[in-house]
Ligand binder design. Structure first.
Ligand SMILES: [Zn+2]
Length: 439
């Protein structure tokens, strides 16, 4: 048993350690959210879309506009009300809830995420950022902390890819929906029939650029970099650019038994060499860029016929569009070389360029400062996955906070973020809001 004096000394040391980073930065001690409550909300939300007879570990299929999504949204609106927020739903299905600020002239600080999931998804992608946003306001209400700026919590509708595109709700707000998007078909249902809103009024969800002071989103990393580095927080620099290509390789389909090896024009053999070359080109440049061949068709596709034609995709991602262009050129050059040796024709077409969305440097600095004040180590990093934050980056200053994903696994029931990391993320979100409010 330690003596009473030891105990007092120890407690003094512990409390000093807890506030020391804030003293060093000259700020008030950091506020902390209620991690137990956040955990309970994540567990309670996991019931909506859970496989029959399953547990939390079996994940969710809470796809956008499904009955499970509607039930989950009702649950979330319930905890908003319980936390002193009054939810409103816009015509695109986004849920907003405001908390007044002291200065009515200031534009809101906007923060949130989504609660829809992929089929067979996990319990942290989107859910953490949405529920932590509510928890941040709940903490401010309980501790009677006022802000100068109004605060706006958002739960975006249809973030995950659905009807051929994701970010449905946030793109309605930023005015980036494609014409005809609501007429797309999925599993025999037209999107306009699925959205449970008046689809002809979708345009009314649009806001003007500059309608918020800053947008913040806490999200799980969905990759393994933070866990590998042993860091609790990632400060997102931006969401990567994506270049998508279609490749067609034409050889000559012929009899697999009667065509001698030197006489063949095997499109699949050329594709194999080309795919290896793509991998080499992507890896030849230092940096975080990634390149993937994820889809392939072999024609005519018979065991006894030499492949005459192969079609495949290329997906290239990096924060820098210029770098992607350079890599694309490198890939074309290697394609031309393989054409010579394989006697196959390689046609490479850029089908889509998705511009990157940069996080605002000042918002990044506030996320880093909030993490420091909480004694949480951090690194800057790009996001390889798309998020609603990219729609908001086109309208005003955006920032994203990442917390570690165990094993880098996501879009799977095995998706997991430790409760301690969830709480850390919510604390960074709350303290970044306060710093942006006072900046
Ligand atoms: Zn997400």
């Amino acid at each position: 048993m330690p003596s009473r004096r030891d105990f007092l000394q120890q407690s003094a040391m512990f409390s000093l350690a807890a506030v020391l980073p804030s003293f060093i930065s000259g700020q008030e001690p950091a506020l902390r959210t209620n991690g137990e409550r956040l955990r309970r909300w994540i567990e309670e939300l996991s019931v909506f879309g859970r496989p029959a007879g399953g547990t939390f570990a079996d994940g969710v299929s809470r796809t956008a506009f499904s009955d499970a999504d509607v039930a989950g949204r009702k649950y979330v609106m319930g905890i908003m009300r319980e936390s002193g927020l009054e939810p409103r739903i816009d015509v695109a299905g986004n849920i907003f809830a405001s908390r007044e600020g002291n200065d009515p002239m200031l534009k809101p600080i906007l923060f949130g995420s989504h609660i829809d999931s992929v089929k067979g998804g996990g319990n942290f992608d989107g859910d953490l950022g949405s529920l932590a946003a509510i928890e941040a306001v709940r903490t401010l209400n309980e501790k009677k902390v006022a802000t100068r700026h109004p605060l706006e919590v958002v739960v975006w509708a249809g973030e995950e890819s659905n009807y051929g595109a994701g970010l449905s709700g946030s793109r309605a707000v930023s005015g980036e929906l494609d014409p005809g998007e609501l007429d797309r078909l999925q599993d025999g249902v037209i999107k306009r029939d699925a959205v449970r809103n008046d689809p002809d009024r979708y345009h009314e969800a649009q806001h003007q650029p500059g309608w918020f002071t800053a947008y913040l989103e806490l999200h799980i990393e969905q990759g393994g970099k933070l866990e590998k580095a042993g860091l609790p927080v990632g400060v997102v620099e931006g969401i990567v650019s994506i270049d998508s290509y279609d490749v067609t390789i034409r050889g000559f389909a012929n009899h697999a038994g009667t065509t001698p090896m030197p006489d063949r024009q095997d499109a699949l053999l050329a594709a194999a060499k080309f795919i290896e070359a793509i991998n080499e080109v992507v890896r030849s440049d230092p940096g975080a860029q990634v390149g993937t061949v994820g889809q392939m068709q072999v024609l005519p596709g018979a065991p006894n016929v030499i492949p005459g034609e192969v079609r495949h995709t290329i997906d290239l991602r990096d924060l820098s569009s210029a770098k992607l262009t350079r890599i694309g050129e490198g890939i074309r050059k290697r394609g031309a070389e393989i054409e010579q040796t394989s006697r196959c024709k390689i046609e490479i077409t850029l089908t889509n360029h998705h511009e990157s969305a940069k996080a605002d440097p000042k918002v990044q600095a506030q996320i880093a400062a909030a993490s420091d004040a909480l004694g949480l180590r951090h690194q800057t990093m790009p996001s390889g996955a798309g998020h609603d934050a990219q729609s908001m980056a086109h309208m005003g200053p955006m920032g994203m906070i990442f917390v570690p994903s165990v094993g880098g696994i996501s879009h799977s029931p095995k998706e997991l973020t430790r409760w301690e990391d969830c709480t850390n993320g919510a604390n960074v979100l709350l303290n970044t809001i306060l710093r942006l409010d006072r900046a």
